[in-house]
Design a protein around this ligand. Structure first.
Ligand code: ADP
Ligand code: ZN
Length: 365
């Protein structure tokens, strides 16, 4: 089991460890016990993860004499709302969960975001652990302490920054993960290669087949590299006031595409197209060499991720969503662009014509 320490500014949040390995689930309870931050635990999971993973985990913890219960939520983004939050809170009250208890988020990003949110507000905040079970959550949402739920007006509009007491990344969860979800996570891993680590990028290029076949040794390497990149960035900028924004590479256009498709396009697919678009804009503005743009596009395609915008999505619709993006400041659409592979920067403002031209060129004909 490998450990990565996330060192945070003590005045804001306590530091914690990310533990990564295969079949580490039975060592989790030792660490939980060592941390001794609660006398009682509640696992919150979803209907796809509870059998077999949740039940097995519950049994393991009970066998260690740990006082533990489990709450099961319906799966999927549709449940990431205030009703589910109230539902969880009411169940916790009914169970007698108090400030000496801790929550354990066992699931993908939806469970992680929501449990983190509940933990941050339940009785003014109780500890929680993240046990991410999707590749996307393992390399992205479980690390960094961003919590959120959706409103009918948009995604992730209510949330907090609230760091977990620990993150446990067990690769064995990936054995049951559907390939669509696996690809979602690969899109974020490709992003880390692009924004920070040319060695990771080259490794992905040379091992497409083995990684797609879920070679565990390779997965361990690329997940650990991804977590190290994210942890380094959040150590410097926990609350996303500067550097952390580079993690949004591909996400500005990606979010607009996701929303314009009414979320029928997955997050990984949308940011893949967004990354191709950002690389193209970087090339058009004469920052990024054409060969780097081509390598990005080829890698995305090699993992079976899309690199074109479906014709059915209106260019105007995507543009107006970009303009409405909450990260827009002073009417300027800020983008994370690239000077070369591994060298991102935040551009002060891309002219709207360039964005429009890029969207039109990327339409799938
Ligand atoms: P994400 O992690 O991509 O943000 P979700 O939390 O919605 O998204 O998870 C995606 C889907 O995968 C959900 O339907 C969830 O129930 C399911 N899921 C999560 N982990 C696993 C797993 N290890 N095996 C099978 N299905 C899983
Ligand atoms: Zn993302």
């Amino acid at each position: 089991m490998n450990k990565i320490k996330v060192n945070l500014d003590k005045k804001i949040s306590a530091s914690y460890e990310i533990c990564i390995g295969q079949n580490i689930i039975d060592r989790i309870e030792m660490i939980i016990a060592k941390n001794n931050c609660a006398s009682r635990y509640v696992i919150v999971t979803d209907s796809n993860v509870s059998t077999p993973h949740g039940e097995k985990f519950l049994t393991t913890l009970k066998a260690m004499d740990i006082d533990v219960d489990m709450i099961e939520l319906p799966d999927g983004e549709a449940s990431k709302n205030i009703d589910t939050v109230l539902n969880i809170a009411k169940k916790l009250i009914k169970m007698g969960v108090d400030r000496k208890s801790a929550l354990i988020a066992l699931g993908g990003g939806v469970v992680g975001d929501m449990v983190g949110f509940v933990a941050s507000i339940y009785m003014r905040g109780i500890p929680y652990y993240q046990i991410p079970t999707t590749l996307l959550a393992q390399v992205d949402s479980s690390i960094g302490g961003k919590t959120a739920i959706d409103l009918p007006e948009g995604k992730n509009l209510l949330g907090t920054f609230y760091q977990p007491k620990g993150v446990f990344i067990d690769l064995s969860f990936l054995n049951t993960l559907p390939s669509r979800e696996f690809k979602n996570g690969m899109a974020e891993i490709i992003k880390y290669g692009i924004i920070d680590d040319t060695d990771l990028f080259s490794l992905l290029e040379s091992e497409v087949k083995a990684i797609s076949d879920r070679d565990m040794a390779l997965l361990l390497t690329i997940i650990e590299k991804s977590c190290r990149i994210k942890k380094r960035i959040i150590e410097i900028d926990e609350k996303e006031t500067g550097l952390r924004r580079i993690l949004n590479f591909g996400h500005t256009i990606g979010h607009a595409i996701e929303a314009q498709s009414d979320y029928s396009i997955s997050h990984g697919d949308a940011i893949s197209i967004g990354m191709v678009a950002s690389a193209k804009i970087s090339e058009k503005l004469k920052y990024l060499p054409s060969k780097d743009r081509q390598r990005i596009e080829s890698l995305i395609r090699a993992f079976g991720l899309p690199h074109r915008i479906p014709m059915s999505l209106s260019t105007e619709g995507i543009l107006s969503r970009l303009k409405a993006d909450k990260k827009k400041e002073d009417n300027i659409i800020k983008f994370v662009l690239l000077k070369k592979l591994g060298m991102p920067f935040i551009n002060g403002g891309v002219p709207e014509e360039i964005i429009q031209e890029t969207i039109v060129e990327l339409k799938d004909r």
